[in-house]
Design a protein around this ligand. Structure first.
Ligand code: G6Q
Length: 547
């Protein structure tokens, strides 16, 4: 795709938004709702069963009109088509960006370098299905013939956060005779704690690494292998207790895993966009192939919505544009993601990587430093715990923190009135954040004068509400695709490459330089800055000391 674009901040739509911001920055949500009794319905839309209420945002019809204009000026439509058609839009790595192909139905065609990739996707899904069924049924046994009870996914970043989040999110649907654990950190304590109560005979390791060269993953995998071989008394045990998920067959073989037990994916799947590929093998084993495929059809439904719905009713487009409004015009630095569902406890950590690794860039596609803000800081945790902790700052602090509230109308675990109470909190919070409580209202409650200022809530704190029926594999797929595409929308407007991650690559190189300096027997010749040199010397002095 070659669309040449005027610099972002010089575009008429951008300039118009700057001016519009000056006009409405003091406008209160109280006024907006009072002036339009239908606002709660008008500023809401539904797509593929996800209800999106964006009325409690500091926007008017004019704001939306201008934001949509900005999207058009960024050639968003052309860019969406380019992604779905397999163009190499990840320009710094010269790669196509095709996580959407991972959930394309059998029979669809998406061509990369002259080849339709959809049949390959389904061939791997079929291989995963067969393997998952064998583990779940007990047909696949460990070396000593016992069935597998625990699966340990060893991976990090994109090869960990996605399957971990989704396993927790869909635990309700998982086979409780099997447990999945996730080991990511190179800190040996994590692996030791994960293994301490396990039977090696009943444990299966899935080594998940796109490159199969990542220090953390390979170090953990080697230690796990020693644990397994020592306990089972033979190298032959590896074939029954280790499988791999990777794009790199050569390295998998080098590690000693039979490539017949390797599940493939491709360089056009970014790590943080990969949990619906073979990287989700642990999840598929836990919830079963059928539910995994339901999740994929949820992803696909949102993909199609994103690809075809008019921007005015397009959930990822609206979510993305509203985020731009606060990030680039109000100067908000962060976004809080607040799921009101126990099972979504790891969603925010997952979205943190998805969003911040994708859009945390300071140069545009031409390599020029941008003169505007790009990706926000994503943070948060499930309500209502947050209400008893950091919500104070959202309600009464000095910072503007736009929030995404995510909730469900039905619970998977009906228990007394729990769910109504949970959702009452959800609705009450977005209401209070929007409307606040004036000093007059506080005084009218009989609050002593000295407390009135402290107990006044300015309100005008913006929130999005994302509401679905209940949490199913399909709903999770829709939700994740919603955020994937929201990140894409924003990256497109900011004109950055949302699909590379040079900051992560740097970390991989830097640590390798210091390892020999920590381990060498003789005093190393340290050439870092004086702080790093001193810290390394201190560490070398103390590392061998008795505990
Ligand atoms: C994701 C990133 C990064 C990556 C990890 C693990 O988009 O590239 O988080 O997933 O560094 O890499 P491997 O899968 O290659 O081990």
């Amino acid at each position: 795709m070659s669309v040449s674009l005027t610099s972002l901040t010089q575009r008429p739509a951008w300039k118009a938004l700057e001016e519009h911001y000056q006009n409405i920055r003091h406008l209160h949500l109280r006024t907006l709702f009072a002036e339009d009794t239908e606002r709660g319905k008008r500023f809401a839309c539904e797509g593929v069963g996800i209800y999106f209420d964006y009325s409690k945002n500091r926007i008017t019809d004019e704001t939306l009109r201008l934001l949509l204009e900005l999207a058009r000026s960024a050639a968003l439509r052309e860019r969406i088509d380019a992604m779905f058609q397999g163009e190499k839009i990840n320009i710094t790595e010269k790669r196509a960006v095709l996580h959407v192909a991972l959930r394309a139905p059998r029979g669809q065609s998406i061509v990369v370098d002259g080849e339709n990739v959809v049949p390959e996707v389904h061939a791997v899904l079929d291989k995963m299905t067969d393997f998952a069924n064998r583990v779940r049924s007990g047909a696949w046994t460990g070396y000593s013939g016992k069935r597998i009870r625990t699966i340990i996914n060893i991976g990090i970043g994109g090869s960990d956060l996605g399957p971990f989040m989704a396993y927790e999110a869909l635990k309700y649907y998982s086979d409780r005779n099997l447990t999945v654990r996730f080991v990511s950190n190179i800190d040996g304590s994590e692996l030791v704690e994960a293994l301490r109560d396990l039977e090696p005979e009943e444990t299966l390791f899935i080594v998940s690494s796109k490159t199969f060269t990542t220090l953390e993953t390979l170090t953990n995998a080697r230690s796990a292998r020693i644990w397994c071989v020592e306990a089972l008394g033979s190298e032959q045990a590896v074939a029954k207790h280790f499988v791999a998920v990777s794009t790199n067959a050569k390295e998998v073989e080098k590690f000693g895993i039979d490539t017949a037990n390797m599940f493939e994916f491709w360089d056009w799947v970014g790590g943080r966009y990969s949990y619906d590929s073979a990287i989700g093998l642990s999840l598929m084993i836990a919830i079963g192939p059928e539910r995994f495929r339901q999740m994929l059809s949820g992803f696909h439904a949102m993909d199609e919505h994103f690809r075809t719905a008019p921007f005015e009713r397009n959930l990822p487009v609206l979510l993305g544009l509203i985020g731009i409004w606060y990030n680039n015009f109000f100067g908000a630095e962060t976004v809080a993601v607040l799921p009101y569902d126990h099972y979504l406890g790891h969603l925010t950590a997952y979205l943190q990587q998805l969003d911040m690794e994708s859009d945390g860039k300071h140069v545009d596609l031409q390599g020029n430093r941008v003169n505007y803000q790009t990706g926000p800081i994503i943070w948060g945790q499930p309500g209502t715990n947050g209400q008893h902790a950091f919500y104070q700052l959202i309600h009464q602090g000095t910072k503007l923190i736009p929030c995404d509230f995510i909730g469900f109308c039905q619970t998977l675990n009906p228990l007394g009135h729990h769910h109504d109470l949970l959702m009452a909190n959800f609705f009450a919070q977005t209401e209070a954040l929007a409307f606040g409580k004036t000093a007059e209202e506080v005084a009218a409650d009989g609050v002593p004068a000295f407390q009135v200022a402290h107990r006044t809530f300015e309100g005008n704190r913006p929130t999005n509400t994302i509401l679905a029926d209940h949490l199913t594999p399909e709903t999770l797929g829709k939700l994740i695709a919603l955020y994937e595409h929201k990140v894409f929308v924003q990256g497109t407007i900011w004109q950055i490459d949302s699909f590379d991650q040079w900051g992560v690559e740097l970390g991989k190189v830097l640590a390798n330089r210091i390892v020999p300096e920590l381990q060498s027997g003789s005093e190393p010749n340290l050439t870092h800055d004086s702080s790093t040199n001193t810290l390394i010397r201190r560490y070398r002095e103390l590392r061998g000391a008795e505990l």
